[in-house]
Design a protein around this ligand. Structure first.
Ligand SMILES: NC(=O)c1ccc[n+]([C@@H]2O[C@H](COP(=O)([O-])OP(=O)(O)OC[C@H]3O[C@@H](n4cnc5c(N)ncnc54)[C@H](O)[C@@H]3O)[C@@H](O)[C@H]2O)c1
Length: 442
């Protein structure tokens, strides 16, 4: 899709110029895992950036130069704040002074697995009060195809301003991968699709000022669907390999060895790995945005439902594995001490949202186990019974009847753990280099 040819209104041409000379005032709504790195990237590119969040303590920390996101250094935030390039506020009225607005608020699922659009709606209600000619709004929150045109556009257009002429609206999926040292906001290609060609052109020009690669697409719906394809692809392939792991267990085949050998094929295969279950804000959630929308279009998203079911079985599979391992040693889960090594939903991050560790702990406690945990990144977790505080790895692993590796953080030194723990269930193949009789793999 070429954006060059889009003819620009006066408001668009003025905004284009402000973007080009970096005088556009940038606003980021929602200063979380997505919004804060984006705000920092635009401030580093030389734009004046204002972050807006509802949580006072986050705003205060940003203004004090203190980062609460692991991938962003406090020193970096502090120097941008000091240079006057970054500030944060809870006051939406600043939108009136901003030229661009990126919306990075949460999009969780309701208990019924229906999309919870309340954060987007409340943010857009606030923006709508201050929409002005020459403003570009970009939704980045992961959502179902049609959200930008069907939900956001009517709210912003209710002001009487014309999209594509007076104000501009795009969708651009956020692809950030927390904890990934190689690919971060700046060098992950940015897909952007606007309501009109002028919107797409301005969106592309905007991102090109701070990010390395911009990929314009023909509509907001295509951009929304790109993200859902990416995450559904992951979710379904993980579901497939989790099902294969359960089959391999019955057939006494080492699934990890199978995958490693299959991955030597130089074309047509991409390795995915089994694990204790899905976690995080994206893979367990986003595909259900698509299945909800596709149901409305009269199509059952059967792959998504099936993969969701299989992935949801994995915490139970892990607990069965723990139970069998204890039974083989003449012990029962009830009354046993189980130590969970790693509770973050993936390696080298501190995020426990939707972490399978929470399900595994709950299932073990329900069966009467005494559960402790350690995690270099997570000091405490909230479970049904209240707050569970981390213990030290030692002596916990030596005292526990069984240690379950749920998250394979890179900084953990596994050799003394294998030496001291009486029994280990490894759900991540973290101990691939240890051939010890006390280690049981997923
Ligand atoms: N975390 C990831 O790895 C990731 C990756 C890609 C896409 N996403 C998507 O990006 C979006 C944001 O995710 P996140 O992980 O950054 O969430 P987050 O919970 O870390 O941050 C969201 C922030 O928005 C704020 N907020 C909520 N409602 C608001 C409102 N009405 N006005 C202003 N601020 C508000 C919250 O206080 C919070 O600070 C979601 O749609 C998510 O699916 C996340």
């Amino acid at each position: 899709m070429t954006t060059e040819t889009a003819t620009l209104s006066t408001a668009a041409a003025q905004l284009s110029e402000k973007i080009a000379n970096k005088t556009a005032r940038v606003g980021i709504i929602g200063l979380g895992y997505v919004g804060l790195p984006l705000a920092v990237e635009f401030a580093k590119a030389g734009f004046s950036v204002t972050g807006i969040d509802l949580i006072e303590s986050k705003v205060e920390r940003i203004n004090a130069g203190d980062s609460y996101i692991q991938d962003i250094e406090s020193a970096e935030v502090a120097s941008l704040v000091e240079a006057g390039l970054l500030r944060a506020t809870t006051d939406f009225s600043v939108v009136a002074e901003l030229d661009t607005i990126n919306i990075c608020v949460p999009t969780p699922l309701r208990k019924t697995k229906d999309p919870d659009m309340s954060f987007i709606v409340s943010a857009c209600q606030e923006i709508a009060k201050f929409v002005h000619p020459g403003m570009l709004a970009i939704l980045e929150s992961t959502t179902y195809p049609g959200t930008t045109d069907e939900l956001v556009l009517p709210m912003l257009a209710s002001t009487g301003l014309q999209v594509g002429t007076d104000f501009f609206l795009c969708f651009s999926p956020e692809r950030v991968d927390p904890g990934n040292a190689r690919f971060q906001t700046r060098n992950i290609p940015k897909v952007v699709g606007g309501v009109t060609p002028a919107c797409t052109r301005l969106g592309a020009e905007f991102y090109a000022q701070a990010l390395e690669t911009v990929v314009p697409v023909s509509s907001t719906q295509v951009a929304e669907m790109v993200k859902l394809l990416e995450n559904t692809f992951r979710m379904i392939n993980i579901g497939l390999v989790n099902e294969l792991a359960m089959m391999c267990e019955r057939m006494s085949i080492n699934i990890w060895e199978v995958i490693d050998a299959a991955a030597t094929k130089p074309f047509g295969f991409m390795p995915f790995y089994p694990g204790p279950g899905l976690g995080g804000h994206c893979i367990p959630i986003d595909p259900f945005y698509l299945s909800w929308k596709s149901k409305q279009a009269g199509i059952e998203a059967r792959f998504i439902e099936l993969a969701g079911y299989i992935n949801g079985q994995m915490p139970h599979f892990v607990v069965e594995k723990v139970q069998n391992a204890l039974n083989d040693r003449g012990k029962a889960v009830k009354g046993s001490h189980v130590h969970i090594l790693g509770v973050a939903y993936k390696r080298d991050i501190d995020d426990v949202r939707e972490s399978p560790a929470l399900d595994i702990i709950h299932l073990l406690q329900r069966r009467g186990a005494k559960v402790t945990f350690s995690d270099p990144y997570v000091p405490s977790i909230r479970i049904e019974e209240g707050i569970l505080t981390a213990t030290d790895v030692f002596p916990a692993v030596a005292q526990a009847d069984v240690t379950v590796i749920v998250t394979d953080h890179a900084q953990v030194d596994y050799a003394p753990i294998v030496e001291k723990a009486p029994l280990i269930v490894d759900t991540r193949n973290a101990l691939r280099n240890f051939a010890a009789s006390n280690v049981i793999r997923l």
